[in-house]
Structure formats: C-alpha cells, structure tokens
Write a new protein. Structure first.
Length: 424
C-alpha cells in the first residue's frame, strides 16, 4: 500500500478515534484528563505503526499483525490498552497465543513444542480461561496446536466463546482443513488462517516437517481458504543465509502468488526441539535482514507484495522490545502452562493446579516493567542446563525449576516506547 494512502488511513483512524472516545467522554466513561491522555498516546502509537506496511483485510485496514483491523470493535479493544493499567501500573496485555491441542501428524525439526509432553487441558477449564482473557481486554487471540483442525470440536468451542470485542487468527499446517470447516470458522469470528512455510522447495518442506505429504497438505489448505475467501497469512523461520541467497525472495513471490496478506518472519530460536542449538551467528546479521524486510515493505517496486511483520524489527529496543510475559502478549500451552512466550520454555504455573489470575499475577510480577532483552535468546542455555542436569522428560520447566531461571534474571534496558507512552 502506498505511503500516501497510509497517511489518509491514519487521518481516518485519528478522526474515528477522536469521535469514539469523545462519545465515551460525554457518557462519563472517561474524564477530560483521561480523554486527552488517551488521544496523545494513540497518536504516538499510530506514528510508530506508520513505519509498517498496512494491508486491506476483513473489510478494513490492518496496521500491525497483532492489532485487529480498523474499523472494528476489536480495534477499539486494542486501543483501550492505552488508558487502562494492570495491578503494577503498566499497560495491560492485549494478545495471547493459545495452544488448544498437542495433536500433530508432523514432526518439524524446530518445533518449540518438540519436548512438550502431557494431556490436553480439560476443555471446560480452557473455555473458562478464554472467557476470562476476553474480559481482561485481550483483543487478538492467536489459536494454535499441534494443529487445531485435528481437534476441530475443541477449536469450535474456543472460538464460540470469543465475541466481537476480539478477533481470532488460527495457525495451521493445513492438516484437517476442509471447505465446511473454514466456512464454519468464518461465522465464528476467525479472521485469518496462518500457515507455516519455511521454504518454497517442496522436498525441503517435506523433509523439515518429516512427512512426504506436508507440502501438498499445506498448499491444499491454502487453496481451500481462497475458495472460501478466508484471508491467508504465513509465518516463516528463515536462517541468515536465506536472506543472502534467493530463498527469501522466492518466499515472497510464493506469498504474492498465493494471495497471502501478511508474512510473519520469526528469527530462529533455541527453544523446544532446538533448545540446544546455537544461533549466535544470526544476531550478527540482523541489520542486513532488516534492510531486506524494509526493501519489501517500503519500496514502490514491491507494493503488490504482502506486508512483512518481522519480530527482529517490532521487538527491537526502538520499538516494543520483548513483548513477553503479558507486556503485550503471552502463551498458554496445550496442557495448561502459562508461559511468557512460546519460545521461552519456562512456566509460571499450570491451570490444573492454580487459577489463572494467581498464575498471571505471578508472571506479571516478573515482567512488571517492559524491557528490551530477548529472554528466549539470553536464557536458552540456562534452561537447557536445568533440563539436562535434572534429567527432565518434558518442557516447559515446571514452576519450581522455572523460578531458578527468572528470580535473578536481567531483562535489559527499559523499553523506550512504553516509557514515552506513559509520559503522554
């Protein structure tokens, strides 16, 4: 989308935001100080988001991967974040990644759930937690597995609990997708299906996912989504070399041809099945990778290509920093562990043993000030050491072992963006 058009959209957002919260002011839901503060904060937030490549999706405009499309009720749920505070006086969380099942017929080499073992959380307990999450202001639910389509009844139960105060995106390998299921999910507030595509080479994908049918299943799933007019996104975990040879460019061509709206780029992480891997060399090339991302997002030559959401940009110290631990998002795994993020294999408690609010407050205590350090990178070796020395059989580390990781950790510098927003 042309930058000129984005300026027009930003103007429309600012006008609509003013009207929306002016009505709240008139109704007495906000006082004049809160009204002015919120407008200043949202104006600053929109300025930061303006560096993104906006996309047209779901009848509106998406300014960031984790912000629901404008205009929508869920968009304003996300905006409400900037006038509310949690128990520690910080902005509340607005995004959650929820695994509803560990069921999966693939064995991806990098799977961050690769060492997770345990029974799927009781569906009623999961549904009650989803209700609590929406009531606390979650605007963006990202639902995953395993593959959630393999447990479609569980997927439907979860989606039915989420009303239009929030939106849902579902992650999938394509396994279990059919036209009827996609059609049904469209009526349940699901706004997009995100597929994992780590290469455009069919043989490499099949090898990586340990299945001779992985590529066919994935591309068939995409085809069904297009037939049902369900928006498609993809996530890709690429190595540094992929940005220097033609692999990244081929991925973007593939995404364009498939009608993909957003490509999420995930930096390789030492987590799960890759917990003992070393990715230090990847850090040295971050600036080059950022330049390749910006080339596609900013250049008029690539205006017809999908928007790229790159963690190495959005979570650097100039933007949101580490968003884990409820700073902006967190993770609930299939067996009920509350984790800071999917790549940080520690747990602050399990929903079978304690209620959500107790566990969440414990986690927020450790993340009460937003900071910039990517903890999944910094503490993966410590986590692996605890895992191996104690001959543990599963991840994440349980609550007691996890405390040994986080009780004295260094989360780095305070994130400037959140500090600037609080000063408005």
């Amino acid at each position: 989308m042309a930058r000129y058009n984005q300026r027009i959209i930003n103007l429309g957002i600012r006008i609509s935001v003013f009207i929306h919260y002016f009505i709240s002011l008139v109704k007495g839901e906000l006082n004049s100080k809160e009204f002015i503060t919120l407008l200043k904060r949202l104006n600053h937030f929109i300025n930061i988001m303006s560096s993104n490549k906006y996309i047209r999706i779901n009848g509106g405009y998406k300014i960031d991967l984790y912000v629901p499309a404008f205009p929508s009720k869920a968009f304003y749920t996300a905006c409400d974040k900037f006038i509310k505070t949690d128990i520690f006086g910080e902005f509340p969380c607005s995004t959650v990644l929820v695994s509803i099942t560990s069921a999966c017929r693939f064995k991806c080499k990098h799977c961050y759930q690769g060492l997770d073992k345990g029974k799927d959380l009781d569906i009623e307990l999961l549904v009650n937690t989803i209700r609590r999450l929406q009531d606390m202001g979650i605007a963006f639910f990202n639902i995953e597995g395993g593959d959630p389509f393999l447990k479609f009844d569980r997927l439907k139960r979860v989606c039915k609990e989420v009303d239009n105060r929030s939106v849902i995106w579902v992650n999938s390998t394509g396994d279990g997708i059919n036209n009827e299921r996609i059609h049904e999910l469209k009526r349940l507030n699901v706004k997009a299906i995100m597929f994992s595509v780590h290469s455009t080479d069919e043989m490499k994908v099949n090898d990586f996912m340990s299945s001779e049918n992985a590529w066919d299943i994935m591309t068939k799933g995409m085809e069904i989504c297009r037939q049902e007019k369900m928006p498609i996104a993809i996530n890709a975990c690429l190595r540094e070399a992929d940005f220097r040879n033609d692999s990244f460019d081929k991925l973007m061509e593939f995404a364009k041809d498939q009608g993909v709206a957003v490509v999420q780029l995930i930096k390789p992480k030492a987590a799960g099945a890759w917990l003992n891997e070393n990715f230090d060399d990847e850090i040295k090339s971050l600036e080059y990778i950022k330049s390749r991302v910006n080339q596609y997002n900013d250049s008029a030559e690539y205006k017809g290509y999908p928007s790229i959401s790159a963690q190495i940009i959005e979570e650097d110290e100039k933007h949101f920093g580490c968003t884990a631990g409820g700073t902006d998002r967190f993770y609930i795994n299939a067996k009920g562990d509350i984790q800071p993020c999917e790549f940080l294999n520690i747990s602050f408690g399990n929903l079978i043993e304690e209620d959500f609010d107790t566990i969440y407050s414990r986690m927020k205590e450790s993340f009460k000030t937003p900071k910039a350090c990517w903890l999944c990178d910094k503490y993966s070796k410590d986590i692996y050491e605890v895992y191996s020395q104690n001959a543990l059989q599963t991840l994440p580390l349980d609550k007691a072992h996890s405390e040994n990781i986080y009780k004295n950790w260094d989360r780095g510098k305070v994130t400037c963006l959140y500090e600037d927003l609080k000063k408005k």
